[in-house]
Design a protein around this ligand. Structure first.
Ligand code: NAP
Length: 287
């Protein structure tokens, strides 16, 4: 479909972060608008932390209809919102803000975006599976909840600081409904018992180890225990092939990179901003 011309009716969406120059979100969302013929445009806004309050007032004043939120604002933005959806409340972090007639509602589509990619790009299911989550930060929280919602049987969290893994374990266990009971065990990074690794179906790296200064490094080193039975996922999307994924592939494991989650969380935000469905492949192909 043809791109709608900018007019007095054009709706504005965007992403706030600091820095935000390298974001792929404008490409994904603008491609979606063009495909569906929607009169929307999506921009990247670099908002320094001391300007966050002014930026949030600006959303209301200018009638910006939807915003994605990235590092470092995902938690800091919460006091400026009128309401948190259940997805953001559980994780206490927001990656999507919808402006409904001046009322700002925060969502978190990161966890659901991971599930979206998992379903689109792997042949596996999550129901009844045993999962090892490496990391206990913001992304790990969203993914942990989404995995539980998807019906996994057991979750092991490995993290550098055991306290943070413990916080996540406690937080989930205190909010789980009886019907959702899932055993959650925690260990310091690289102290996971062999038997748990062998029995696990899925490993997910949610730490930044493997990107930037740590490119070429992996947060996991027990590769002698990994076989074709395992699915190893990394949520890092740059580089596409991390050392974690490379080592997993060499052991015959199936792999899933982070670009899919990026596409999935973006696609789900798009639907909240516009009320229109956009297929996973449209966003994924941009990346
Ligand atoms: P975060 O909240 O800062 O959490 C980082 C986690 O990694 C913590 O568990 C931290 O452990 C651990 N970690 C950091 N550096 C480490 C190191 N040198 N050694 C061992 N552990 C280390 O960050 P986040 O927001 O969850 O983001 C994490 C990663 O996910 C980033 O690479 C980000 O780009 C990526 N991400 C991707 C997507 C996507 O759509 N694909 C979406 C969101 C995030 P401690 O608790 O011990 O500090």
């Amino acid at each position: 479909m043809q791109r709608a011309a900018i007019s007095g009716e054009t709706q504005i969406c965007g992403v706030i972060g600091h820095p935000v120059r390298h974001t792929a979100s404008p490409m994904m969302h603008n491609t979606g608008y063009e495909k569906l013929g929607l009169n929307y445009r999506y921009m990247a806004f670099d908002v320094a932390p001391d300007q966050l309050g002014a930026a949030m007032a600006g959303i209301r004043a200018l009638g910006i209809v939807g915003l994605n939120v990235t590092i470092p604002h995902k938690e800091a933005v919460i006091p400026y919102l009128d309401e948190l959806d259940g997805s953001a409340k559980r994780v206490q972090a927001v990656n999507t803000i919808v402006n409904r007639n001046g009322r700002l509602i925060g969502y978190n589509t990161d966890g659901a975006g991971f599930i979206d990619a998992f379903q689109a790009e792997t042949t596996r299911t999550l129901q009844g599976k045993s999962v090892i989550l490496i990391g206990a930060g913001g992304a790990a929280k969203g993914i942990a909840w989404a995995l539980i919602d998807a019906g996994i049987a057991a979750l092991t969290i490995l993290n550098r600081s055991l306290e943070k893994a413990q916080d996540l374990q406690r937080q989930i266990q205190s909010q789980l409904a009886n019907a959702q009971e899932v055993p959650i065990t925690i260990f310091p990074l690289n102290q996971c018992p062999d038997a748990l690794i062998t029995a696990a179906d899925i490993l997910i790296n949610t730490t930044p180890i493997g990107m930037g200064d740590t490119q070429g490094q992996s947060p996991f080193s027990r590769w002698e225990l990994i076989t074709a039975h395992h699915l190893c996922c990394d949520i890092i999307y740059k580089p596409v092939m991390t050392a974690f994924l490379q080592a997993a592939q060499e052991k015959g494991a199936q792999i899933l990179g982070g670009a899919g989650m990026l596409a999935g969380q973006g696609r789900l935000s798009f639907e909240k901003f516009t009320g229109h469905h956009i297929d996973y492949a449209t966003f994924r192909n941009v990346l």
